[in-house]
Design a protein around this ligand. Sequence first.
Ligand SMILES: *Cc1c(COP(=O)(O)O)cnc(C)c1O
Length: 364
Amino acid sequence: MTQKRIYNFSAGPSMLPLPVLEKAAAELLNYNGSGMSVMEMSHRSKFFEEIIQSAESLMRKVMNIPDNYRVLFLQGGASTQFAMVPLNLLASPEGTADYIVSGSFAKKAYEEAQKFSPNIKCAASTKAENFVRVPGQDELTLSPNADYVHICFNNTIYGTKYPYIPETGQVPLVADMSSCILSEPVDVSRFGLIYAGAQKNVAPAGVTIVIIRDDLLKEPLPGTPTMLTYKTQAENDSMYNTPPCYPIYICKLVLEWIEELGGLTALAERNQKKAALLYDYLDNSQLFQPVADKASRSIMNVTFRTGNPDLDAEFAKQSAAAGLSNLKGHRSVGGMRASIYNAMPYEGVQALVDFMQKFEQEHK
Ligand SMILES: *Cc1c(COP(=O)(O)O)cnc(C)c1O
């Protein structure tokens, strides 16, 4: 079975590490002598309590999360965070927040926040350039009295990532890290809140990671549903209701795998090598061009195109037939996109580059 596995370049849900899937398979029917699957057990059982506690402590260790931050395992995906952030972080229904619009998800977050206050501002946007880069610090128009600043750290669809962490002074910085969390070390203390839907780099779809600084666990706006209140979720250790047990269990296995590889420093090196292999080829290719500006390049999502939509379609078709799946770009960008998250091995990127070279030869 494992011999027939393909290289899956999907933007999400995406590949999980093979050792994690093997361990999950081995434990599927009888977890740790419990006589049942993790999918079948009470979330209040000692087995599951140990799973969620290990997931949290591993997350703290791997990401080097300071003690004054809480780690929450929520549901609803990153898209629910687009609402939860303003509901909990705006000081009032007239509160102010600055949004940096660097792509589709950043724009969705910005638009969702506008439902909760008339004072949601766009601090910078690269929409006029079709989001081929992220705005620089000198382009940001930040309000010193904002309740928070929101960024999307890695723009999954456009293949861009911030090469720097925006400086926001005393104003808490909130980051959507759905497609780059756990890809490299990050200084958590620079952020007030980090969130990520798990299905790109952490676990199957169903769990959303939220890392929030203690002082931001305050009363939400009036009328905020209980389930959307960070304070309640934190007070109940993410167990106000039934948490997404199985994705949390896989998250724990993924974190164990990261630790075994040597943590985020080792993983970042691996990821840099994979991305360099692909970008170096793209920079020298006569057929394919990279889409994102060099200074804003993501090492998780690599966008490229031939400039000829028919040829792009042919490439997507032929590559899929060769066992390299999901390379078609997002409809808003066109071309191709290779998502090369943590679980994509170097050999997978090598296989892609080999295939691209062959395709280039055949289409000179
Ligand atoms: C995938 C993605 C989302 C949407 O995530 P859901 O969990 O499907 O809501 C939001 N932001 C970014 C950066 C993403 O990559």
